[in-house]
Design a protein around this ligand. Structure first.
Ligand code: GRF
Length: 245
C-alpha cells in the first residue's frame, strides 16, 4: 500500500471548525430603525456576528442609507419589477444565497413570503412583530390595540413559518398603555422595546444558543415557553432610562 492512500484516508473525515464570523442578511422595506439597532449592537461587538448585506424591496427605503453609512452592502430589489410573488421571491432567494448567510433577519420587511422562500430558510429566519403574539397578528396593531381599550401591548421576535406572524415566539417585551397614549406614542414605546429585544434574539441565534427544533424553539437546549421569554418591565425601563412605575 502506498503512503498516498493513508494520507487521503486520514484527511477525508476532517472538517476544521470555522472561525469566521456568523453571517447575517437583513431584509427591510422602510425606515430600518430595527436594522439600526442591529448595526449598533454589531458596532459594540454585541451581535454575535456580522451583517453582510441589507436587501430592500423598496429602492427608496431609508434603511438602505443606514446600511451604506455603516459600510454594509445595500441592495435594492424592487418587487414591482417582477411579474409574480414567486418570481420576486426566487430572485430574493438568489440574492440572499449569494451572501451565504447563517441567519436571515426580517426587520420591517413588508412582503408576504411564499412557502418556497420560507421552506428554503426554515429555522434560520427571524421576524419582529409589533404586538404580544399571538394577539394582534397582521397590520395596524397599535390602532387596533387602542381601539380595543387594551391595557398592555408590546413586541415579539419569532421564527418565521408559513403562517403569517404565526411562528414560534422567542422573546417578547411588553408596554403598559396609559390613558393619554396615542397611536404615535404607543408606536414609539413599542419601537424602543423592539430595539432591545431584536439584538438579543439575533445574538442568541448566532451564538448557537437559540435553535428551532422539531418540537419548537430551544434556548441553551431548554424548550422556550409558548410565548417566548419576556423581558421584564424593570429590565426594559432600566435599559431605556425610563421611570418604572
Ligand atoms: C416594526 O414595528 C416591526 O415590528 C414591524 O415593522 C416595523 C419596522 O420598523 N415588522 P423599522 O423599519 O425597523 O423602523
Amino acid at each position: 500500500m502506498s503512503d498516498d492512500q493513508y494520507t487521503s484516508d486520514t484527511l477525508n473525515g476532517f472538517t476544521p471548525e470555522s472561525t469566521e464570523p456568523r453571517r447575517v442578511v437583513v431584509l427591510i422595506s422602510g425606515n430600518g430603525s430595527n436594522l439600526q439597532a442591529l448595526i449598533d449592537a454589531q458596532s459594540y461587538d454585541e451581535l454575535g456576528g456580522e451583517i453582510i448585506a441589507v436587501v430592500s424591496n423598496q429602492a427608496d427605503a431609508y434603511g438602505l442609507k443606514r446600511a451604506r453609512d455603516a459600510g454594509i452592502n445595500a441592495v435594492a430589489l424592487p418587487h414591482r419589477e417582477y411579474e409574480s410573488r414567486e418570481a420576486f421571491d426566487g430572485a430574493l432567494i438568489k440574492v440572499i444565497e449569494r451572501h451565504e448567510p447563517d441567519l436571515i433577519v426580517l426587520a420591517g420587511f413588508m412582503r408576504m413570503l411564499t412557502p418556497i422562500f420560507v421552506q428554503r430558510f426554515y429555522g434560520r429566519l427571524l421576524n419582529i412583530h409589533p404586538s404580544l403574539l399571538p394577539a394582534y397578528r397582521g397590520l395596524n396593531t397599535h390602532a387596533r390595540v387602542l381601539a380595543d381599550g387594551a391595557r398592555e401591548h408590546g413586541a415579539s421576535v419569532h421564527f418565521v413559518t408559513e403562517e403569517l406572524d404565526g411562528g414560534p415566539v422567542v422573546i417578547q417585551a411588553a408596554v403598559d398603555i396609559t390613558e393619554d397614549d396615542t397611536e404615535e406614542s404607543l408606536k414609539d414605546k413599542v419601537h424602543a422595546r423592539e430595539h432591545l429585544i431584536y439584538p438579543i434574539a439575533v445574538r442568541w441565534f448566532l451564538e448557537g444558543r437559540l435553535q428551532l427544533g422539531v418540537n419548537g424553539p430551544t434556548l441553551d437546549g431548554t424548550p422556550l415557553p409558548p410565548q417566548g421569554l419576556r423581558l421584564s418591565h424593570a429590565d426594559a425601563a432600566e435599559e431605556l432610562d425610563e421611570d418604572d412605575e
